[in-house]
Design a protein around this ligand. Structure first.
Ligand code: SF4
Length: 482
């Protein structure tokens, strides 16, 4: 399988959506998931509930491939439902891993959809297997399901809290019980989760763009460490976890979230433009044109052009109709994929000194192809400006990243990288410039709100499963089965 999304980008691994109190709950979830498609294209699922009965449809592929058919939506009865979109690495798309998961417990049915990644899931899983638990999937989310099942507490909320107190890492969860929809964000708040309202219905979604698509009003972000319970009694908010420093993923602002979303009160689009402006202030060179690598580089390139006074132009055109899965992911084909996706607009490039703006460099393979393409179209000079700091570490909090050894910035100096991708100059935004653009105080200030570990190596929670011993061996086993 060869994902439609760029194999040389880091990828968001999931998006979640939930709704309580709407006659067409499942149809609204399908629309919400469609708006969250950028957070995962490999699989989609919806679970609804009416009375004590749960209804589910989960499948590999995009939301439209699974839920465009009204007869499918028509089987998902009830006025409450949750949904999930999932990204998995090539070859890892297994139907048994598609969420939301559903299980019957002592207290009744419960379904869970998870955005994030648990950093001690393999250790917990090993202990649970020793105690006799049988796992159906290779997903870390199933660990939470088993912990809920084994909890000695009586209510579903208390059991969920009991389970989540044992896990480490990132989770923005939506859950469906027989009489409620529950949303929970981990104490650091790594991944986003917002609360919305549509007439009498309450909604939970990974991003505000999923509220916009159904005409719902944004109410507020679910806070880090907060559990919200949506039911006939209205909304109940609990803060059951020990307080922890806020560490929202700063990369959501750079690349992962949709530009029309607002996260924690801050417009993603405006932030990307400000990052571009900071880049121009930090590392401008004389040039004739600023060209974005589409689509994700566009807002930063606009900000760069406005700040520098160099004209913005669309010198690279993206083909939006690249097929999903018809070729194998060999290196040769990956390179061909880049040519299929982007083409140089020679009329805007020839004879010019070009500033290319992109959001990140991961392996560097795409950058090499793009630069070659721009040079072949007659650029006199090519200067690359990147709207993130160098990505030198893998993410363990819900973003699919290559292992560290494959990250270009982890292996090469700035000069080596510039030579490797074939540009006249290369610059990344500084970490301080990034914090300024997001509108936060200095990174080292007391009020730091963000995770930036893939740029700084400063991981906010222990990476238990990565740190050797038995847990690491289990991790290897799990990797092989994915
Ligand atoms: S490591 Fe990077 S991608 Fe992962 S949560 Fe932190 S900032 Fe986001």
């Amino acid at each position: 399988m060869f994902p439609a999304s760029d194999p040389d980008k880091m990828h968001e691994e999931c998006g979640v959506f939930g709704i309580f109190g709407h006659a067409s709950a499942a149809a609204h979830v399908a629309l919400g998931l469609h708006a969250l498609q950028h957070r995962g294209q490999e699989a989609a699922g919806i679970v609804s509930c009416e009375g004590e009965r749960f209804y589910t449809h989960r499948g590999l592929g995009e939301v439209g491939e699974n839920f465009a058919d009204q007869s499918v939506i028509g089987t998902l009865l009830g006025h409450m439902a949750i949904g999930h979109v999932r990204y998995s690495t090539a070859g890892g798309a297994l139907l048994r891993n598609v969420q939301p998961f559903f299980a019957e417990f002592e207290f009744g049915g419960l379904s869970i959809g998870h955005n994030g990644n648990l950093t001690n899931a393999n250790l917990l899983r090993r202990e649970l297997v020793k105690q006799g638990c049988l796992f159906q999937s290779t997903s870390d989310t199933e660990v939470v399901v088993h912990l809920i099942a084994r909890s000695q507490f009586s209510t579903v909320e208390d059991r969920m809290v009991d389970a989540l107190k044992q896990v480490e890492g990132a989770y923005s969860l939506v859950a469906l019980t027989e009489d409620s929809v529950i949303g929970v964000r981990d104490p650091h708040g790594f991944r986003p989760l917002v609360l919305g309202r549509l007439d009498q219905a309450w909604i939970l979604a990974s991003e505000t763009c999923a509220l916009d698509i159904i005409g719902a009003e944004y109410v507020r972000d679910v806070e880090a460490g907060e559990m919200v319970i949506l039911s006939e009694q209205g909304i109940k908010s609990l803060r059951p976890f020990n307080k922890a420093p806020k560490r929202f993923c700063i990369f959501e602002y750079i690349y992962f979230a949709r530009p029309d979303s607002v996260i924690e009160g801050i417009s993603v689009y405006d932030t990307r433009k400000r990052i571009g402006a900071e880049l121009a202030r930090e590392s401008h060179v004389p040039a004739d044109v600023v060209i974005p690598v589409p689509d994700s580089g566009v807002p930063a390139a606009l900000g760069y052009a406005q700040e520098s006074g160099v004209p913005f132009d669309l010198g690279i055109i993206r083909n939006h109709y690249v097929g999903r899965t018809f070729i194998e992911p060999t290196d040769g084909i990956r390179n061909l994929g880049v040519k299929m996706k982007h083409n140089a607009n020679r009329a805007r490039i020839e004879g010019k000194r070009v500033i290319l703006v992109d959001d990140s460099i991961v392996r560097g393979t795409t950058s090499i192809k793009i630069v070659n393409m721009v040079r072949a179209a007659g650029a006199k000079e090519v200067h690359m400006r990147i709207s993130s700091p160098p990505t030198v570490n893998s993410c363990f909090f819900g973003i699919d990243t290559p292992e560290r050894a494959k990250l270009m910035a982890a292996r090469m100096s700035l000069e080596e990288m510039a030579r490797h991708i074939g540009v006249d100059s290369l610059a990344f935004i500084s970490i301080d410039g990034l914090y300024r653009a997001v509108g936060a105080g200095p990174r080292d200030g007391e009020n730091r709100l963000f995770c930036d570990a893939c740029f700084t190596s400063d991981y906010p929670v222990p990476l238990t499963d990565q740190n050797g011993g038995e847990a690491a061996r289990q991790y290897t086993l799990l990797s092989e089965t994915r």
